[in-house]
Design a protein around this ligand. Structure first.
Ligand code: LRH
Ligand code: MN
Length: 393
């Protein structure tokens, strides 16, 4: 290895040491589609067991120190005790996800519902989630609204935006100094005509209207087919309004498959825009979260695999020869510039990552380490009886 290669490796490993990936509590629980939810052995029955599983992912990968919660799926009597339990397990509680998409009252919308009483109920839930953040020490309130309509004329598109803006304003004004509101958009589903926060532009506009503590969440499964997501990443980074990712992958719609499974090249292009903006380090304020459903595959290995997929895409992005790329771009060398990026993408970074894990005192192969750990046999034996956790829909 040449001296410059060694320097590059050290630079890449140094950056990878700063990477932090947040895993979602609900990915450890049962999930499925409208056709079927296939229960799995050993699935957690409560938020404590979800956190225990997340802690295993962190112990084996070293880069997944926080767990996102979803309310009410993760409702407990004592959130401070839950936070203490998480700390004892070596992790911390991350983003608090509100849920205004499963109550019967929200059939025609939650914060956008024509009925002011229903809107009040939904806003009160958002405010309750900020109270929970005060107790868990979470920085981020993550808001995704299933709100929308199924038929033209069903409701007034503009009036719903007014209702949404009013609810966001009241919630934003409740935030503490170090808290943020993350607004997630989604093209469609469960609404099939007009979704009230359908795209990045709508989310961005509402965040600008609210203030600096309002940032956009990019869920990689929430776009129309063919959308250039890395353009949205670059644009929002430039505007200082990219707050977080919900990483997953898809072949068709919001499939919520393992990130990098369906389109590893897209994940690389996204992470390249992050690296180019020097936004990988935690101080840059981007929350890199997974938002996935492991409907048929074993859940903990799927999440470990997902963390490794993000690490691999990031390592490749960090290997891009920035000077050569800039020179080719400046020279209008189309093929040359593309080749610089593709060289990095085609680099096998698994040996470098195995080396980094060894340097961090971790098993170079976390998937094999999990299989050898006997953890699954332990939870399968322990978690008998009780109600397995799920989406509770
Ligand atoms: C909506 C979504 C949102 C979560 C939910 C679990 O599709 O991406 O981020 O609340 O999945
Ligand atoms: Mn999401």
């Amino acid at each position: 290895m040449t001296q410059s290669d060694a320097q590059t490796h050290d630079r890449v490993k140094q950056a990878l040491r700063t990477q932090r990936i947040e895993t979602p509590s609900w990915a450890y629980a049962n999930s499925g589609t409208r056709f079927k939810v296939f229960p799995q052995e050993g699935v957690p029955r409560n938020p404590y067991e979800k956190i225990a599983d997340a802690a295993v992912v962190h112990r084996l990968t070293g880069v997944a120190p926080t767990v996102a919660l979803h309310i009410p799926w993760d409702r407990v009597d004592d959130y401070s005790d839950l936070a203490k339990y998480a700390a004892d397990q070596g992790v911390a509680l991350g983003a608090i996800n509100a849920n205004v998409f499963q109550d019967n009252d929200y059939k025609l919308g939650s914060v956008t519902n024509p009925d002011p009483g229903v809107r009040r109920k939904a806003i009160d839930h958002l405010l309750e989630c900020v109270d929970i953040m005060d107790r868990t020490g979470s920085r981020d309130l993550k808001l995704w609204f299933s709100d929308g309509t199924n038929y033209p004329g069903q409701d007034d598109i503009r009036a719903r935006q007014d209702r949404l803006a009013a609810a966001l304003r009241e919630t934003y004004d409740r935030l503490g100094d170090h808290q943020r509101l993350l607004l997630e958009y989604k093209l469609f589903e469960p609404a099939f005509y007009a979704t009230d926060v359908p795209d990045w532009g709508t989310a961005y506009a509402h965040c600008l209207e609210l203030g600096p503590k309002a940032q956009v969440v990019i869920d990689t499964g929430h776009h129309a087919p063919g959308t250039n997501i890395e353009f949205i990443v670059a644009f929002l980074l430039r505007a200082g309004r990219l707050g977080a990712f919900d990483f997953n992958s898809r072949f068709y719609a919001d499939d919520d498959l393992m990130v990098g499974a369906a389109d590893p090249f897209q994940l690389f292009r996204i992470m390249y825009e992050i690296v180019r903006a020097d936004a990988l380090r935690p101080a840059a304020g981007i929350a890199f979260m997974l938002d996935q459903c492991h409907n048929i595959e074993p859940k903990i290995p799927a999440i470990i695999r997902s963390v490794l997929n993000v690490q691999e895409a990031t390592a490749k992005a960090l290997l891009v020869d920035a000077a050569a790329l800039a020179a080719a771009q400046q020279a209008g060398d189309v093929l040359g510039a593309n080749a610089v990026l593709m060289d990095a993408y085609h680099t096998d970074v698994r040996p470098l990552l195995a080396e980094l894990r060894a340097e961090l005192g971790l098993d170079p192969d976390p998937m094999a380490a999990y299989a050898r750990s006997g953890y699954f046999d332990k939870i399968r034996a322990e978690r008998v009886g009780g109600q397995q956790a799920g989406w509770g829909a």
